[in-house]
Design a protein around this ligand. Structure first.
Ligand code: GLN
Length: 246
């Protein structure tokens, strides 16, 4: 039976804005299609087997949550995440989790060392938090699509030279409110500021992650059975519309 083996990192610590709902959405879309789904979590102090998971997920967190997990994550999980990515597993990192993939998150004098797995850095600068509805144009290999959601971050993220953004901002702030980019995309590594119900509002991204995950576990990319997505499409249209209206 095809399956998706999901690993959530720090689900207790990095879960603001109901990021956990993304996990439930993946589980249900697998179940509706008869695809096996397994869930594992790695919290503080815990390592994991990099070959045992197809999709690694980390959600958002407050600055203090990030401060709490960053050192532990470097020590107990960094190498396994790098090995899993090299083995073809996917990583979806949202907001605070996304920031931690970079080299540092600088908050005035205080510096949170990141994992150094993605070529980016984040700086808390003067000015308002970047909050609001956001939509971006993304191409994960099958043509341009829209991701719509919500962002709320004080940190401004800057990609290093040669790093590819996940998408181009259509409406909203994105990485830093200046360069028109949002997130990072490097092969199966996806980082984004779009949090909360990212996947329920963008079912196409959930399905892309399921397809990549099943391909990783079975060796064959599946043709996913279409589902009745009337509610998901309405949620997507509503989010896109909210972003357009600002
Ligand atoms: N604490 C980070 C910031 O404010 C990330 C916030 C989040 O995960 N929503 O920039």
């Amino acid at each position: 039976m095809p399956e998706l083996r999901l690993l959530a990192l720090y689900p207790e610590q990095m879960n603001i804005y109901a990021d956990r709902g993304n996990v439930i959405f993946l589980r249900e879309r697998c179940r509706w299609r008869g695809i096996g789904f397994s869930y594992a979590a790695a919290g503080p102090g815990e390592g994991f087997d990099p070959e045992a998971h197809d999709l690694i997920y980390i959600g958002g967190g407050q600055d203090r949550d990030q401060l709490m997990v960053a050192e532990d994550m470097r020590r107990t999980k960094r190498d396994a995440i790098a090995a899993a990515l090299a083995d073809g597993a996917s990583l979806l990192a949202v907001c605070g989790g996304y920031q931690l993939l970079g080299s540092r998150y600088q908050l005035g004098e205080r510096r949170i060392e990141g994992l150094g797995l993605a070529n980016l850095e984040t700086v808390r600068e003067e000015g308002e938090r970047l909050i609001g509805n956001v939509s971006i144009e993304v191409d994960l290999g099958s043509g341009p699509r829209v991701l719509a959601g919500f962002e709320n971050h004080g940190g401004r993220t800057y990609l290093g030279s040669g790093a590819e953004p996940l998408g181009r901002v259509l409406h909203g702030f994105g990485n830093n409110g200046k360069d028109g980019y949002e997130g990072i995309l490097r092969g199966n590594l996806i980082g984004t500021y779009l949090h909360g119900p990212l996947l329920p509002k963008n079912a196409w991204l959930a399905d892309e992650l399921i397809a990549r995950g099943v391909e990783h576990s079975s060796g064959t990319r599946p043709d996913l059975e279409p589902l009745d997505d009337a509610l998901e499409e309405a949620a997507h249209a509503g989010a896109e519309d909210a972003a357009r209206r600002g």
